[in-house]
Design a protein around this ligand. Structure first.
Ligand code: SF4
Ligand code: SF4
Length: 208
């Protein structure tokens, strides 16, 4: 058993979860988000624009954190599907910033070398950040190339890409900003914080 203790009554198939508070305490200490204040009103889930794509809806993630169900939470796709729009925070009567909690959980998964439930989302994040690290801003063609190499989705959406190119929606050459040194310093600082465990720290580097 890990996380919360689980007990099965003799002769019964029902499983009782005995709450264990270490995960909630860890999340609260690392993020400052008061997850233990959540009383399950579900307003976060009601306002989440991508909850239909999640295996665990937002209020369930918070409840499972309260219960100490570490493995279920860290293996869930929700952590990666969350679009960080913060609509849940705006609706939450307890001011819980669930996007912040999700970022922390992503960092925990990566730091532990755990399984990334939505690898394409992670591939996309890294490709975007790599492009910003190179040019100081996003460049779609570079980003798409990196993403396709990582995700091995070479032939997906080729027709749409061709149409966008033909309409001039995908600039061939990147715009390179002048302050790239500052951007690199930001990335270096983020990597240092990630190494020291003071940030979620997805960074721009390859993990695989
Ligand atoms: S921040 Fe994430 S969990 Fe919250 S509403 Fe937006 S997508 Fe949903
Ligand atoms: S809106 Fe806030 S209090 Fe309500 S279920 Fe979501 S996290 Fe909990």
């Amino acid at each position: 058993m890990s996380g919360a203790e689980q007990a099965t009554a003799p002769g019964s198939a029902a499983t009782t979860i005995l709450p264990e508070g270490r995960l909630a305490a860890e999340v609260e200490a690392a993020t400052g988000e008061p997850v233990n204040r959540c009383f399950g009103c579900k307003k976060c889930t009601g306002g989440c624009p991508v909850s239909m794509h999640m295996d665990l809806v937002p209020h369930r993630v918070i409840r499972l954190i309260q219960l100490g169900q570490r493995e279920t939470v860290l293996n869930s796709s929700t952590v990666w599907i969350c679009a960080s729009c913060r609509a849940c925070e705006a609706r939450c009567p307890n001011d819980i910033n669930i996007a912040h909690v999700m970022d922390y959980l992503k960092g925990r998964i990566l730091a532990a070398g755990g399984r990334v439930a939505e690898s394409k989302v992670y591939d996309f994040h890294r490709s975007f950040l790599n492009t910003v690290g190179l040019y100081g801003r996003a460049h779609e063609i570079t980003m798409i190339g990196m993403y396709k190499m990582r995700s091995r989705t070479y032939f997906d959406d080729l027709a749409m890409g061709g149409r966008m190119l033909a309409r001039g929606r995908l600039p061939i050459l990147p715009e390179i900003i002048r302050g790239r040194g500052q951007i690199r310093r930001i990335f270096r600082r983020a990597a240092e914080l990630a190494r020291s465990g003071r940030a979620g720290g997805e960074g721009t580097g390859d993990r695989r």
